[in-house]
Ligand binder design. Structure first.
Ligand code: NI
Length: 247
């Protein structure tokens, strides 16, 4: 079930049986020469939507722009400042909790978002902590590639050249979802260099085509389908655990 295609009476009926929602959260940033700009938003979105359709939990709109300032040296990248993202997440969290959602599961597609999402959670809990009252909601953060079994599945499919940015695994998930947008691009070197991440200009100088440590020319829709199957099952189990937790 997706919030975007539900009516308000359907959401009201859902709240009578569940107080949990899964919110995909990602980024719009360069993903190397053959990766889609929306990769980090698309990956959690497709896994969450397929899992939600199968298990019946509600999936919110994708928070699809995040912490991507180090990718701004490449056209198409969009970023929020940490302070902007923390403020926006307060309004998302406040909107959901105002209607009675008590379990907010943020399903993340971008490693650069994690520190800011955790800071946003702290900001959301702060008024309750400072008043000495229990917060009537709990937030969870889960990166899709860290779900149980997903890392192992990705390493098995791509034993070499997985890397850490513009990985063949994440590009495969987007090709599974959007096969018409597959791009065949020659890359040199075959496996990209690794190194530190600093500001946007430094990033472009170190990683000329945007990749870090990866060879996404291996990406395929078939590999993406395999990865989504593993991730979907693991997400359903983890969401059930979080929604069912005791207060
Ligand atoms: Ni990515």
């Amino acid at each position: 079930m997706q919030l975007s295609t539900a009516s308000w009476p359907e959401v009201e009926a859902y709240l009578a049986r569940s107080r949990g929602i899964v919110i995909p959260i990602g980024s719009h940033e360069q993903h190397g020469p053959n990766g889609l700009i929306g990769t980090d938003a698309i990956c959690p979105e497709v896994i969450a939507q397929e899992a939600g359709d199968e298990d019946g939990f509600l999936v919110g709109p994708t928070f699809n722009v995040g912490q991507a300032q180090h990718h701004l040296g490449f056209p198409g990248t969009v970023t929020l400042r940490p302070s902007t993202m923390i403020a926006a997440l307060q309004d998302w969290i406040g909107s959901f909790t105002r209607h009675g959602f008590q379990r907010l599961y943020f399903f993340n597609g971008h490693g650069g978002n994690t520190a800011t999402i955790n800071a946003a959670f702290s900001e959301a809990y702060a008024p309750w902590s400072l008043r000495g009252e229990p917060a009537p909601f709990a937030c969870a953060l889960q990166n899709w590639w860290e779900l149980k079994g997903v890392g192992e599945a990705c390493r098995k499919i791509f034993p070499a050249g997985e890397g850490s940015h513009a990985t063949p695994s994440e590009v495969s998930v987007t090709y599974y979802r959007y096969p018409a947008f597959r791009k065949d691009v020659a890359m040199s070197p075959k496996v990209a260099p690794t190194g530190l991440i600093r500001d946007a200009a430094d990033y472009r100088r170190r990683f000329a085509d945007g990749r870090i440590g990866s060879d996404p020319s291996q990406a395929s829709a078939a590999a993406g389908a395999e990865i989504v199957t593993v991730a979907k099952a693991a997400l359903i189990a983890d969401v059930r655990r979080f929604f069912g937790e005791n207060e």
